[in-house]
Design a binder for this molecule. Structure first.
Ligand code: HEM
Length: 60
């Protein structure tokens, strides 16, 4: 059901802040749970950076 997170397409906002929010709050209308209660901000930041790096590596 979920689409690629590293294809450069962001349906819920492409900024770091928007991706952070997608992870922390989740996407209730699509069934994605929020992880804000189980990961702290530093951990979510690491995931955002990981996705950015993979996205960048794939576009070259
Ligand atoms: C740590 C684990 C996860 C991370 C880092 C993550 C991250 C994300 C992000 C950043 C988006 C927004 C994508 C966009 O803007 O286009 C997204 C969307 C979505 N996620 Fe997750 N997600 C996680 C776990 C899950 C789980 C467990 C589920 C389902 C049980 C799920 C289902 C979805 C769905 C259905 C969408 C919306 C469709 C899409 O844009 O692909 N995610 N996820």
């Amino acid at each position: 059901m979920a689409s690629s997170l590293i294809d450069g397409r962001w349906d819920y906002g492409a900024s770091d802040a928007a991706i952070f929010a997608s992870i922390a709050v989740g996407i209730p209308e699509d069934g994605m749970p929020g992880f804000g209660a189980v990961m702290d901000a530093d951990q979510i930041d690491v995931l955002v950076r990981l996705m950015r790096e993979a996205e960048h590596a794939q576009s070259h």
